[in-house]
Write a protein that binds this ligand. Sequence first.
Ligand SMILES: [Zn+2]
Length: 68
Amino acid sequence: MGPAMNKAPALPPTTIDRPVSIARLHGEACFHCGAAGRTLHAAGRITLAGGTRVWPVVTCGCRQGVTG
Ligand SMILES: [Zn+2]
């Protein structure tokens, strides 16, 4: 963390109103299909409804971002 971190505008996280497995929250599996053995790409950030923690999630490319 440093001053440079503040220069990139961060999109607000997407609120997810359904259960999400720990592996998906931790970016260890595709947010949509749960694939863990494929190349995973950053898909944005989410918060769980009623929660405050922001989780960076990933996808295997099966969908765009966390809402697509
Ligand atoms: Zn996937």
